[in-house]
Design a binder for this molecule. Sequence first.
Ligand code: 8X3
Length: 256
Amino acid sequence: MKTIIVTGASSGFGEAIVHKFVSHGYGVVAIARRSEKLHELQRKYPDQVLPLAVDLTDKGAVELALTEVPPLFSNIVALINNAGMSLGFGPSQRNELSDWEDMVNINILALLHITKKVLKEFVERNSGHIINISSVAAYYPYMGSNVYGATKSFVSNFSLNLKTDLEGTDIKVTNIAPGLSKTEFALVRFKGNKDQAESIYEDKTYLNAENIAASVYWAFSQPENVNINVIEIMPTGQSFALGFAPKSKRILDELN
Ligand code: 8X3
């Protein structure tokens, strides 16, 4: 069975990507930390979802889990690097160093580890598609984005460089940069504070996880000779000021 690997598969974009690819007949190796959510997906799609409950920042555990993928799920046609997070919303001078480290660990290092592992197989077979989920924050700064935006700049730049290194091969690389989206992302950023998380969507249009899953599938399903390099996607009502600034100022005022 043609199979994709999705990281961060237990919620948000990742979960929507699982549904999308399953509905098109693909197998999915679904990676996340929260095993109950993964097992829910497996119960829903017992023949098509293989849950791998591992911490992506644990390089050895990821390597081992992928080595043990059963033959039914071993024909990997795409790696969707979706796992990532933003932590904290203040300006650099107030943010926690440990939050910065956690973002670098998951948004950059974990992505690199799994990419290196899967890329080896793709190169041996001369086929496969790596789709990285970046962010509009990679391109446009806003107050409170700091290290989050910088990690996503890394993802966007790495995607282009990976594409460059793979010149002459049949391996595809796509970078997808979503804007404001309604998922658990905001709740993680605000460390479980629902009011603050909800406030960033007030009076705004936003993307949903299905919009991003559709973009991923569209990029993936292009003809063999077509590589979609970059998709930048925003909700209709968002602008390059990213709409966060007034909210973040209000939140900062509340914090003070
Ligand atoms: C987050 C996108 O616009 O919410 O990746 O900063 S935005």
